[in-house]
Design a binder for this molecule. Sequence first.
Ligand SMILES: *[C@@H]1O[C@H](CO)[C@@H](O)[C@H](O)[C@H]1NC(C)=O
Length: 299
Amino acid sequence: MATSSRLILFSTLVSLISFYLSSTLGDQNTLQTYIIHVSLPTSEVNLESYYRSFLPVEDDLTPSSQLIHSYHYVISGFAARLTHDELQEMEKTAGFITTKPQKMLALHTTHTSNFLGLQQNGGVWQESNYGRSVIIRLLDSGITSDHPSFHDNNMPPLPAKWKGKCEFTGSVTCNNKLIGARNLLGSGSSDPPFDYTGHGTHTSSMAAGNFVDRANIFGNANGSLAGIAPFAHIAMYKVCTEGGCEEADMVAAIEVAIHDGVDVISGSIGGFHRSFHGDYITVGSFATMRNGIIVVTFA
Ligand SMILES: *[C@@H]1O[C@H](CO)[C@@H](O)[C@H](O)[C@H]1NC(C)=O
């Protein structure tokens, strides 16, 4: 009892201090990305122009706010960069429901094959056909498309239900293993989804890297290497950079994945605890599940 009341006192103090700091030091003109829930009108509308109608009219006094993503499946709403004052104006608009500033998420990893107890010559690994024809969509930092794990020997052709895109061009384009790749960063570079941290290439090859013979590190551990589902197809949505993963981009990637027709969404992203309804990994996973897609994440 004494401990819990001390905790409450402590967290009250922390909230008071942070409220004091944000009210005295917080710059009301700083642009921040908000995820904004709105109610939809009963008549048919063009979603994007409807969402844009919530944004402030541009004038020279405020830094220009902008729409970053329009959402359709996960929530009725959008992501926008706004100042605190602009947000307060928007809150008075009819149709506005609620908003939260997005959080920056971090990349994570785990030890899945040990956990699943997969055996080399039999059991569920073989019986499940090594994931043949399944499409796994990864939300991550991009992918090194010409990495040896992503060759497409022995891969089945593109599934008919696949509607996604490949933004790689030239000699390092997609194939029957890496069937799609997109850059969904709302801010920053619009390059093809190259992986500059290695994390997305690492998680993609663990999930569905093809068999690679004589894989070794300076001659050590020389042998065959494969992902958990070596005959599954990979589609990469880049939503992370060296700086982390913007929550608004992650929701956008879940949107596109539901549209593109994937079987599994894998995201090794996280980093903070919030209530279920305030956590967009949870909200997005719920929408995904309602669209018949399995969500896999690290634990
Ligand atoms: C790895 O093993 C193969 C035989 O399985 C051998 O031919 C190759 O030279 C080995 N590579 C290294 C770097 O030891």
